[in-house]
Design a protein around this ligand. Structure first.
Ligand code: GLN
Length: 552
């Protein structure tokens, strides 16, 4: 019998519901159970592909080409497996499916209503995941917080599930306990209100995850327990941590998996948390560091800097750095700053490695090109991801192959040298305003050039990586680029598309650009080969800096 755990937020958003869900999955996995996770996004959007990353965070691309919420990435990293499109739903998707069925007369002519037809469609989708994944546990994270009008129908679906499977459904509330500076005391009232709001939706939480700056103490556990109808042992202390990979360990210190299993009358099948725990401990004791700059533009919002737009890249850097026993120091570099002059560029010298991530449009693109050129000339390890690879090709075309006006038609439609350009089917998509879900998405094969950096990194002849882009390196320019020393190190065998460009190691310690997004496949216990080699090269550079200081 499949067990369902609904994870619901209270008090406020952004307190780590995704990490909580992923961590619960991890501790169950480490007790010998097969777990998967579903994310419900209460937006009308059909997918995350059409949302601004500054507002919604990263668009995480699945193996089967869906543009999903960044939490799917958290699930993949913590559960160490692929999560597919069917594990992601939005309000838009659910309504669209119901309306399509209605048009196909699948409701047999009866009146189709918001309740129960919308919750029923949600439940149908959850059952589908159960059938396909055959998981022992299906975790369902409901986006937003209790009390929002937007997720009411999803709570309704959860309530109905409990009614149908009273012994197989558990509700977890992830709440926040503020410690106002003026009071210096942890306050429980917002959590009490959140539980009351959930109660009015017919849901009683079984477990409360008490997120806060610091651990929750006994008196407050007792208080929440009494007012929220939850035994003290089911209030799990979840203080802020330095590394998200510590969260499963902290949950286990509070006996969370034991509490969950006993509620379902289950027993631990095997214990296997050693690797994960070793990693979490290793992270705390790193002695050396590696400083990586990310030249991007989707991280400033008012006075705040958000990391969510590049979350998989950050995690991939961390995985690789941990593998190399180094603490990553990640710095945000605003691409537009490099458009202002040479002086700013010189600051790049103080980084051990530079990443230019994916992106869209003209703003900041010249700055990124300048930064890439600086890395190329000054032998600073460079990894270009998607747009970062495209701009590296443009930089090389302009400054090495002498095509001064080379560009991508994404930014300059009339460039005389469209080194990066649209393929025919993408031209049709754009002409018809077909933006949603029409990029080159999901996993594609790539054949690697023997002896190239990437070939050595992967240790395989053919690989598969996830994509999300419209534009491609224009094959008409391959020759002029290769003639001047750019290495085409990876090609899609079916359509002969350039997927990887490199500079030879003789010329540069590490200069690699990839059309795909390797960051999506990196796992804490299995760092991605390209990130691993990039970080290795960056650490080497770092050593060289230190050496030159020591030995003048
Ligand atoms: N804007 C580029 C394209 O559409 C790159 C996209 C990306 O970096 N994800 O091809």
């Amino acid at each position: 019998m499949t067990k369902y755990i609904f994870v619901i937020g209270g008090v406020m958003s952004g307190i780590g519901k995704g990490i909580t869900t992923a961590s619960i999955g991890r501790i169950l996995l480490d007790k010998g159970f097969n777990a998967t996770a579903v994310k419900i996004d209460p937006y009308i959007n059909i997918d995350a592909g059409t949302m601004n990353p500054v507002e919604h965070g990263e668009v995480f691309v699945t193996e089967d080409g869906d543009e999903t919420d960044q939490d799917i990435g958290n699930y993949e990293r913590f559960l160490d497996k692929n999560i597919l499109s069917e594990n992601y739903m939005t309000t838009g998707r659910v309504y669209q499916a119901v309306i399509n069925k209605e048009r196909n007369l699948e409701y047999g002519g009866r009146c189709v209503e918001v309740v129960p037809d919308i919750p029923n469609e949600v439940i149908r989708r959850i059952y589908k995941v159960v059938r396909d994944s055959r998981a022992d546990f299906v975790l369902v994270e409901i986006g937003g917080t209790a009390g929002e009008y937007q997720n009411l129908l999803f709570l309704e679906a959860a309530r109905i599930m409990k009614l149908r499977h009273p012994k197989d459904v558990l509700f977890v509330l992830v709440s926040y306990l503020p410690v106002p500076r003026l009071l210096g005391e942890m306050k429980t009232k917002p959590t009490q209100y959140a539980v009351r709001t959930l109660n009015s939706a017919g849901i009683q939480p079984d477990i409360i995850i008490a997120r806060s700056e610091s651990p929750i103490d006994e008196p407050r556990k007792r208080k929440i327990g009494l007012f929220c109808n939850v035994v003290k042992e089911d209030i799990i202390s979840a203080p802020d941590v330095e590394s998200i990979y510590e969260v499963p360990l902290n949950f286990e210190k509070e006996n969370l998996s034991r509490r969950i299993l006993s509620k379902f009358n289950l027993r631990t099948r095997k214990k296997d948390s050693r690797k994960w725990n070793d990693l979490a401990r290793k992270i705390k004791n790193l002695k050396k560091s590696v400083k990586i700059g990310i030249v991007g533009k989707y991280f400033k919002i008012g006075k705040f800097t958000l990391m969510d737009s590049y979350i998989s890249i950050i995690e991939a850097i961390k995985h690789a750095a941990y593998f190399c026993n180094a603490k990553p120091e990640i710095v945000w570099l605003d691409a537009e700053d490099y458009e202002k002059g040479e002086n700013k560029l010189k600051e790049l010298k103080s980084y051990d490695g530079i990443i230019v991530p994916g992106g869209f449009g003209g703003r900041g693109s010249e700055g990124k090109i300048k930064a890439i050129g600086y890395c190329r000339r000054n032998k600073i390890p460079f990894l270009g991801l998607c747009y970062g690879m495209q701009l590296a090709a443009i930089e090389f075309a302009r400054n090495v192959s002498g095509l001064k006006k080379a560009h991508t038609t994404e930014v300059d439609k009339n460039t005389p040298h469209p080194v990066i350009d649209l393929m025919l089917e993408q031209k049709k998509n754009l002409a018809g305003n077909k933006y949603g879900g029409t990029m080159r998405l999901g996993a594609y094969k790539c054949a690697l050039k023997p002896g190239a950096i990437s070939h050595k990194a992967y240790g395989e002849k053919e690989i598969s990586e996830r994509h999300r882009h419209r534009y491609e390196l224009n094959n008409k320019y391959r020759e002029v680029l290769e003639k001047k020393g750019l290495v085409v190190a990876g090609v899609n065998p079916e359509r002969d598309l350039v997927e990887i460009i490199e500079l030879p190691v003789k010329k540069h310690p590490f200069f690699v650009g990839v059309q795909f997004h390797p960051e999506f496949k990196s796992k804490p216990l299995r760092p991605h080969p390209l990130f691993r080699e990039f970080i290795k090269a960056s650490i080497k550079t770092n050593n060289r800096h230190t050496m030159s200081v020591l030995i003048p």
